[in-house]
Design a protein around this ligand. Structure first.
Ligand code: NAG
Ligand code: NAG
Ligand code: NAG
Ligand code: NAG
Ligand code: NAG
Ligand code: NAG
Ligand code: NAG
Length: 279
């Protein structure tokens, strides 16, 4: 039983891999889905079952008879090159979905499943930030279908996250630890996506608010140094004054500054004395 079950699982996975294909098309483009490479003389009947976002419908064709309850311009083309091509004249998000094609021919049938997906270009963004005290360059491609590819001009400690957003679109974030001794302006990422003819190159720049700018850092260092100097000077002054006090107890004459400091008190005493003297 278990072996049968495993075999069934294996076969299912195998057949899914064999017949299921995901195809990406730009919106507004014309798409051709090729169902089989059999020729018309072998074919008895062809059906396309469409499971789209808004509806389910069928298009079928056999010699002398055809049916279509999709009624949206899709048609099975009868060309000599590929006789069972389903043509989607104007790909849009309403046309995205699962397309299952079944061909009945003399001697059997075959089934193919295509997942039709509409290409959506992602929005790209790049910046540098501090993460755990390390400078990290980050490139982001958000809201694209399929997920974008991000590569870097430098090899290094690399992290890439991919997540699916609620609407079937993808967000890809790739971050690279800026290697030591490398000018961060020399680091760039390349984002590739089927919606673009050419790859996009981005240089992650330092983002204000995401990291301390060098100017703020410089000012902070200066303030700290200044405070240190002030503190040291004050300590020195206290020690110096103590020395002066102990010096005055000895026989050396007090320096002039000390005299000036004492003077207001002396003159006050003198004045008081003079007042008393008058009375
Ligand atoms: C699809 O096939 C039709 C003819 O069957 C052709 O005119 C059209 O250009 C094809 N489209 C693509 C995208 O190959
Ligand atoms: C048709 O396609 C199958 C695989 O899908 C291949 O084995 C076979 O050779 C093809 N036949 C022709 C006539 O191209
Ligand atoms: C088309 O026909 C199929 C089966 O006959 C049915 O399941 C489906 O709902 C129909 N779709 C529309 C849009 O009428
Ligand atoms: C498709 O074209 C072939 C000739 O190329 C013809 O024999 C066949 O009957 C056509 N089938 C349909 C459904 O029109
Ligand atoms: C394709 O579809 C879109 C919306 O679904 C429409 O705006 C556009 O005009 C269509 N283009 C053609 C060539 O039919
Ligand atoms: C990303 O790269 C992989 C292999 O490097 C490739 O198979 C895939 O198609 C690429 N995807 C895009 C969206 O360019
Ligand atoms: C930046 O890259 C250029 C060209 O690759 C190289 O000549 C230069 O030395 C690099 N600068 C630093 C600071 O790494």
């Amino acid at each position: 039983m278990r072996i049968y079950f495993l075999m069934a699982l294996f076969l299912e996975a195998w057949s899914l891999n064999q017949v299921q294909r995901t195809l990406f098309f730009s919106p507004g483009s014309s798409a051709n889905l090729t169902c089989s490479n059999k020729t018309w003389k072998d074919i008895l009947f062809v059906t396309w079952k469409l499971q789209l976002t808004n509806k389910e419908c069928l298009i079928s064709i056999s010699i002398g008879e055809s049916r279509d309850n999709c009624s949206d311009g899709k048609s099975i083309r009868n060309t000599s090159m590929a006789p069972l091509v389903l043509n989607i004249p104007n790909v849009s998000s309403e046309g995205a979905g699962v397309y299952t094609c079944k061909t009945y021919y003399n001697g059997g049938d075959e089934e193919f499943t295509f997942i039709v997906s509409v290409i959506v270009p992602p929005k790209v963004n790049a910046w540098r930030e501090l993460r755990d005290g390390k400078m990290v360059a980050v490139c982001e491609a958000e809201g694209g279908n399929p997920a974008a590819n991000i590569s870097w001009s430098f090899t290094g400690n690399l992290l890439t996250y991919k997540s699916e957003l609620s609407d079937g679109l993808f967000r890809v974030e790739s971050s690279l630890e800026v290697p030591e001794g490398v000018d961060p302006e020399n680091i760039s990422c390349v984002v590739s996506h089927p919606s673009w003819q050419e790859n996009r190159k981005l240089v992650p720049r330092l983002q204000t608010g995401k990291a301390y700018s060098p100017w703020i850092l410089l000012i902070l260092v200066m303030v700290v140094v200044l405070l240190g100097v002030l503190f040291f000077a004050q300590k020195k002054l206290i020690i110096w004054r103590r020395c002066q006090k102990s010096d005055s107890t000895s026989l050396t004459p007090p320096p002039r500054e000390d005299v000036e400091e004492v003077e207001p008190y002396a003159s006050y005493v003198q004045r008081v004395n003079s007042i008393y003297g008058r009375q």
